[in-house]
Design a protein. Sequence first.
Length: 130
Amino acid sequence: MITIPKKVEYSVLLISNLAQNPDKTTSLREVSKKTALPYRFLGQLASYLKQGGVLESKEGVGGGYRLKAGWRDKSFYDLLVILEEDKHLVTCLNPNGKCVRMGKCSMQKIWGDLEKTFIRELQALKLSSV
């Protein structure tokens, strides 16, 4: 079965936590204590999510993170792209992939169809559903 990377799982938990108080700026230490997620890893994820337009930050006393306007329009597929986890299901679908059966495998079309369906579903599922 396909597994969800920790980067994605923890990012969803971070977004979900911040969505509980969308107008409040929350420190990552507070999120870490509340969710039992590693503080340093949350910092790395917050950096990705800020660059990807999901979070905004405030420095100084009372600083922290909150969800950026428009975050609800982002999809789970957008999240994978932001976190650089938008990988192909199998090697033969990656244009740079090296597969010894390339060009003579009857499964490539099936894998391609499955991947397209999977991506469509992830694009339809909005982060606001967390």
